[in-house]
Design a protein around this ligand. Sequence first.
Ligand SMILES: [Zn+2]
Length: 635
Amino acid sequence: MATNGILEALRHFGLILIACSLSLPVQARTLTYADGRKVEAELVGLTGGQATLRSGTREFAVPINFFSRDDQEFIRRLASGGTKSTAPAVPSSPHRVNQTVRRTYSDRFVWIFGWELNKDSDVGEMSTVLQTASQHGFNGAVVRLGPSNFRFAEYAGRAEQLRQACERNKMELIPAIFQVGGGGPTLMHHPNLAEGLPVKDALLVVSNGEARLLSEPLVHLANGDFERFSGNRFASFQVQDQPGEVSFVDKNIKHGGSASLRLENFTANQYSCGKVSQAISVRPRRCYRTQLWVKTVNLQPASSFSIIVLAGNRQLFKQGVNLAPTTDWRRVTLVFNSMDATKLTMHAEVWRGKAGKLWLDDWTLEEIGPLNVLRRSGTPVAVRSDAGNTLYVEGRDYASLQDPNYGPFKLDRDVAPLKILPSSRIVNGQRLRVSWFHSVTIGQLTPMCMGAPELYQVFDQEAKVLAEKLHPRRVLLNMDEIRMGGSCAACRGRNMGELLGECITKQAQIVRRHMPGAEIYVWSDMLDPNDNAHANYFLVEGNFAGACQHIPKDIVIAVWNRWPREKSLKFFTEQKFRILAACYYDAPDLESVKQWMNAMSPLPNVRGFMYTSWEKKYDLLPQFGALFSPERKAP
Ligand SMILES: [Zn+2]
């Protein structure tokens, strides 16, 4: 399979490498890849199965088994100091000297992002991008789609219009599917498949046939109403940046009571930061909700405010709060789990603030009951008596514990009670210890559980629909930024690298079941030890290291780590994967893309590139196309 993959990659290269130097320590040779394509370069060394070649001033490593059998032998012989020749010497050709390295790539994609096909105008706007891309040498459009949404006629209709727009523009439509890290439409239709964080033995008390959480008094955010202070210094907050210079008591503008906290003049802080923080005691494995009121005037940048929860050095939660630069008082609500911690630090901060003002007031913290509770294999509910002697039975003692209003962003609402059934052994006034699992959202993302078998049934359905409606020949697996895992009973204790690899492998099998022969791409970050494939990644219980050893080698890796890109490219080359370089990332110019080009051009396993914008910035598509197609003139 791997060898076929490499041959397939080489067939698609369209590779033209032209030698750059005649001053050779070892004479330049024409070397032949396994599929017959040629590269002209000097052999510099051979280490651990990797031949180091030099072309012009660049050196690059190529696994020796990428070459023809004859040249593998030739390289080994040359490296061991044997005779220099069985391959013919490069004929001296003056017109080749000092020409630049030039390649054409089979994959010339654009990532079209920011439209959800939830309104008719989306297709028109996306078509404009398609047209520009097509006119400038691109041949594929990668678009995040939610196959579960095809059940809505409007969505299916717009997806069909998009397919037709791609066809008109001679662009291949490449759906990006199976979004595990962020849930997306799959989560919307199957909320119980979210990854679950455990609540263990929360105290619920029965009254009038319903049990509700009784917050145990341990948890308390002190002086959250910002009413106790001395000068500009608030009581109970262990950290308050530069009172009287960056942080102030404001008695004129407040949400409640007689004062609020105002942050401003951020550049007076060495990190352009303004924050308050407080250490609190919590119970481990409980669900907490924090709410605070915020007001801004000309805050720059508007995205600079966030709430962070730390347990020691571990970041349990961070949420940037989407605020307008100027907004009247509004309530911010966030939910997190204390995991194993008994001590937390709550931070409210403006980070890298440039100008403007932000006020905080009436900041609360409470333990809450089963909000966004999950029900599936791996997320059991347990209800027992406070004394621990009796384990009650769902359906007999209490009704199935569900959250009828489940929503990753619907956090500011009443929590549904546990309903006690008439036949129950539980009596009014009784104290219960209740355990469940709930989802959380980190940085707008609600991850799915990779260990839940039901997830793959849903993916199978999605792939079937996608194959029937759009007939794609390639797909991108949306396996990026998976910030939770290993915490519910379906995935706890698993080696996370293995589980991730297993998840991608199952996805690939599902895709090919419904789309035989489809080419499969996957985002790189979760597989890349230079990026997210490591321990201590957000709330993940375990370590993603080694995940790429558990996926099929014929999957193409869409490498998007901006830095150190050379390390990432080298890593996936050594692992014998083919690569799609996902570059650009909304920079003001293409300087970084040029650096990508330099890093990519010597590698034998790069299929191409993808112009990757997350902010609908497609102005540089023409120049980008010209960079990769030198015969084209930039406008
Ligand atoms: Zn799980």
